[in-house]
Write a protein that binds this ligand. Structure first.
Ligand SMILES: [Zn+2]
Length: 275
């Protein structure tokens, strides 16, 4: 209660807006690429799951108070030196759970673009991810559903073929994961696949020497899942994304997007507390 009140005060007193203005004054503009996995009420909220009503509120908030851009525009800002307008956000999803289709429709209802990253061997299959072993079956999207998402105006990117850990595989396997998933997606969707989100997304899950392979395979950009903001001048780099955990209220979410919690997260990492 007290914490929520303090956070609300921070936001509504104008302090949050002041911090944003100071950042702009210093030329330190930035955007966030947010990352979702599941939007469902079938399993409890966790680090990968938000509820459907929560997601509707999120979309309404973003429609109302944020400037939501496509991933292509996010890469354009990263590749350039122009300042980024405040409250700029791009929306992405990983792992193509079946609940991503209704989420894609909610996004489209709010006229919000998003990019969905698919691991091709999971689409249309009965396979499930090992980390979901304790949950009821979480179905995957079919190819028809992925095509419907694309027809709603969303973009589809590659999340590899096998959801491979690029920190552990050899270069030849990495190249195959990149090219095969791109080929299959393009065949299924009949459109160019431009972006790659490497699986697991931590710094330890990708070898820097594999980044040239991403571009050689025909991708125009690569994203991770370690947190951080995208700033102008990050051309050729892996862009960070902010995983979207469930927050009990949207003020928490807004503060998360504002970067206000970054020092708390840094302390937690520094002292080994879990985020
Ligand atoms: Zn993944």
């Amino acid at each position: 209660m007290v914490r929520s009140a303090l956070l609300g005060l921070y936001k509504h007193s104008g302090l949050m807006a002041l911090q944003s203005a100071v950042r702009r004054q210093r030329g330190r503009t930035r955007l966030s690429i947010v990352l979702f996995h599941r939007v469902t009420d079938a399993v409890p909220r966790d680090g990968l799951t938000v509820g459907i009503e929560w997601f509707r509120d999120f979309c309404a908030l973003l429609r109302r108070s944020y400037r939501v851009i496509t991933l292509a525009e996010a890469f354009r800002y990263a590749n350039d030196s122009q300042p980024i307008p405040p409250n700029t956000v791009a929306i992405t999803f990983d792992d193509t759970y079946a609940d991503n289709l209704p989420a894609a429709r909610i996004l489209a209802d709010h006229r919000l673009p998003a990019t969905f990253f698919a691991s091709t061997s999971y689409v249309g299959s009965e396979r499930s991810y090992p980390w979901d072993a304790h949950l009821p079956k979480m179905p995957n999207l079919t190819w028809d559903e992925v095509r419907e998402m694309a027809s709603l105006g969303h973009e589809i990117g590659s999340h590899s073929a096998e959801h491979a850990d690029f920190g552990k595989i050899d270069a030849e396997t990495a190249r195959r994961e990149l090219t095969e998933s791109k080929r299959i997606l393009e065949e299924q969707l009949q459109r160019t696949v431009r972006w790659f989100a490497y699986p697991f997304g931590g710094r330890e899950h990708f070898r820097p020497e594999y980044l040239p392979l991403v571009f050689e395979s025909g991708y125009q950009g690569c994203v991770s899942a370690y947190g951080g903001f995208v700033r102008p001048g990050m051309k050729g780099q892996i862009l960070p994304r902010e995983a979207m955990p469930y927050f009990r209220n949207l003020t928490h979410l807004e503060l998360h997007l504002s970067g206000c919690f970054d020092w708390i997260y840094a302390c937690k990492r520094r002292f080994g507390w879990k985020r």
